[in-house]
Ligand binder design. Sequence first.
Ligand code: G4P
Length: 528
Amino acid sequence: MTPAPGVLHEAARRRTFAVISHPDAGKSTLTEALALHAEAITEAGAVHGKGGRRGVVSDWLDMERARGISITSAALQFVYRDTVINLVDTPGHADFSEDTYRVLTAVDAAVMLLDAAKGLEPQTLKLFEVCRHRGIPVLTFINKWDRVGREALQLCDELTDRIGLQPMPLNWPVGPSGRFRGLRECATDRFIRFRRTPGGATAAAEEYLDASAAQRAEGADWVTAGEECELLESFGGGFDAAEFSAGKATPVLFGAAVLNTGVRQLLDVLVEHAPAAAPRADRDGVPRPLDSPLSGFVFKVQTGMDPAHRDQVAFLRVCSGRFERGMQTTVTRTGRTFATKYVQQMFGRDRTTVDIAYPGDVIGLVNATALQVGDTLHDGSGRVEYPPFPAFAPEHFAVARPRELDRSKHFRRGIAQLEQEGVVQVLRSDRRGDAAPVLAAVGPMQFDVAAHRLRSEFGVEVVLDRLPYTVARRIVNSSPPSLGDGRGEAVRRDRDGVLIALFRDRTALGTEQRLQPGLELEPLAAGA
Ligand code: G4P
């Protein structure tokens, strides 16, 4: 098959990344500021709906709005300096780790966003560990420099001391946090002075001053910025692209997303240094050339994004080839064809039809009830399969049943849908089948989402009885000995029919293993 025209060129101009941060560090604000700089929007607030302006990005669900957190994921695409930026939104809450992990499989780089007053926070650390595990290069943006916070050097030290990442500052703040004057560009020694715009609603005006003019204007603050920058450089903090790609060092930038300062510099660094879409390894570990025929994988499935039409959208990360709307594709798992008649790009709540996409792009396949998270799609000319997502061990369990018995059919349909989307894992008992399944979650908030979705989309009030288990193990024996009657353990089957044993805690697990040496158990996920 001849390579699709222009695929390599188009892939080279893609930057697909996610922002990883702790809630409140300013991810929504930064997302908006990035889009603002790329002129994808004209006024901050258009994406996230802050300050009473229209909300777009990820507040499809009423519950999200009520809680002010982002549960769903979307991808924004915009063009900056002839580079196509795909910004994949990660769910903000710690409970949604499974979903977040999947989202991070779709990106080629991450921006670690830190609050200057708080530094590395728990959720950021968790997400960073995923990036490290997946070999995703990480850029660091230290936000909220307009507010009093920690010292720049201290924040950089934290990167080295706590996560072993060598900080490589590309710019340095002039003026301590809370008295932010602008940025010293480390490579050029230029001063970028910001002038605030009212409310930060438009891109901040920038002035460039050479070093001597900067020194005259800023005096000691300019000198301190230079000294601190040099200090870090002398400790190995000079920019090194190879170390960045290898995940050993992180370019560091400073700014204040709410004032749109330092944001253009971040975009420039993404364009100049973040990796472009590259060949992805398939299930056998063989990288698939970018210009081979179309392939991609589904990393997120979502229903109820448009309250007017109950549809299901599958988000596909394109990995090779040129996607054209209307193509027939093949779903590797089922061998069935999937017609791509309706394909959209989400810009928050707004959707635009996508006709063509290239490696690195994220597209929303509409009416995708035949697709599951983890599915590979290809053009049918040869089988392709991308690696399965890692499983995460659930630690929270609850029996679910409909409050009204006459809603049982809807309940079953709803549970099947949530299982397909990966909102929760579903375990069934041989005796009770679908009537009262056990929902298994990595974080308890997944239960709230499940209950909300069952109510709003399937009209089912669900009763959830929390179970006292915290540890799950796959039973390897084909005919397992009976388990722990009276010791509080339970056995259920997962969606593949595999028997899963549930234990109160690790002590109960240890007791069972001692009492039944023939019982072979294995963790559901690495490290569990
Ligand atoms: P998140 O998505 O990471 O949860 O954070 P979000 O953008 O919602 O920002 C959290 C809070 O931090 C918001 O304030 C936001 O305005 C503020 N913020 C973001 N970036 C900066 C910055 O550079 N400097 C300062 N000083 N604040 C920043 P809020 O009071 O919760 O909301 P709002 O009333 O300002 O909208």
